[in-house]
Design a protein around this ligand. Sequence first.
Ligand SMILES: Nc1ncnc2c1ncn2[C@@H]1O[C@H](COP(=O)(O)OP(=O)(O)OP(=O)(O)O)[C@@H](O)[C@H]1O
Ligand SMILES: [Mg+2]
Length: 494
Amino acid sequence: MTACALWGLETALVTVEVDVANGLPALVVVGLPDAAVQEARERVRAAVRNSGFEFPLRRVTVNLAPAERRKEGTGFELAIALGILRASGQLRVDVTGLCLGELALDGALRPVRGTMPRVRFAAARGLGQVLVANANAGEAAACGVESFGFASLREVVDHLEGRARVAPTSVPPRAAAPHHSVDLAHIAGQETPKRALEIAAAGGHNLLFVGPPGTGKTMLARALESILPPLDDAEALAASAVHSVAGLIDPRHPVLTARPFRAPHHTASHLSLVGGGSPPRPGEVSLAHCGALFLDEVAEFSRSVLDTLREPLEQHAVTISRAGGAATYPARFVLVAAMNPCPCGFWGDAERECTCLPEQIERYRGKLSGPLLDRIDLRVHVPRVPFERLRDDGRERSADVRERVLAARERMRVRLATTGRRVNAELTVIEVKRFCSVDAATERLLAEAVGARRLSARGYHRVLRVARTAADLAGSDGVRGEDVALALLLRSDP
Ligand SMILES: Nc1ncnc2c1ncn2[C@@H]1O[C@H](COP(=O)(O)OP(=O)(O)OP(=O)(O)O)[C@@H](O)[C@H]1O
Ligand SMILES: [Mg+2]
């Protein structure tokens, strides 16, 4: 029997060998499995009996090969049970496909996490058929294999022996284009924050909104979803694989069609944000892979939790180290964060006086450490929109802005084709030199900014990357003075 092990997104085929020999009745599972595999013994034993089979009253040895391989607990039970039935002559045919599933004590077959990466791996190794629980059948079918879904061990055996054949599951349809709850047209005014959103969506730049309560920061951030480009096939599979490991796949539409938009609450723990546990599960940063991570009220997050974002922001991946070995999950996302300028929220507000002490303000803003802030290219003030203008419609609909975003992405794709980068936010310093040259007058504007606003070397390159995206959105080959001016404007410090 063939199963598939999973650790993080790392997969390996596992051969389940079963030997039934004379001796005292026992079920021994070898192959260095983790504690959960040992638990599986009891479930397999009960499931076999409760499905109307006999559990051999002899010494049953199960070997999960290769033995040195790390193995996550669930998913092997179906293969083990079928192996025992085959070895004891209760199953009279060979099983050639991949078997994935957990068994309940009553013999029901339960879905497992990580079906998609496992089935894709097996398919790439030439296994054309998989036997899984009903809830996993669509996910497996989406990987391009012949997928059979079952409710119980009994059903699997009846199918294999031809008593009650089950039809292969058809590939589930792609979900319809998502409906976004916030459209830019719903937001009155706020032209500058909207420009920032457009630049973030096009160039993959991280973005921070700062402003008093109720000025629409949350609403603006949520609108990002509506202007991001669609997922391409490779991204859809990569993002879906992470969701599969997290057990968050919708069985009716297993392959994601919309970019993930994850908005963890500020009470989120380190574990839920970056992942962890044993076996290691992906966190919000990885569920946001290929999409956006929204941290609303970012200053309310614990500082230590925010500091853990540095690794994914720099490496576009997180490595979770555990006793069983390290697991790496991808984590390439656009960060969009929102906060008030001070604890009371009214610092710099035209209408209300701020009641915070200077040191309170300092401490509050200090929550976003320098290194984190350094990775946020766009920092934008969101002012209050006059009450009488709140009912106005925005100038543009998200669909129109999205068209510009797509066109800008296409320009980036062509320009960056040989670099391995996809968006301007990823440009290295050398690439900034190459792709973001400006004329002498603009260079002087930058030099002034460096002097007056103490723009760091890093800040200098970030401004140029943002300016490059602004130029791409305008359809300009060169980075113009106005692009740099806009980039400087969208980088006011909170
Ligand atoms: N520019 C705007 N156009 C239309 N409605 C707006 C605008 N700004 C705010 N609103 C209205 O005010 C509500 C509050 O906005 P939102 O929650 O986004 O503010 P916020 O800046 O996130 O506030 P807080 O700092 O309290 O989190 C929105 O649900 C919306 O109804
Ligand atoms: Mg808010």
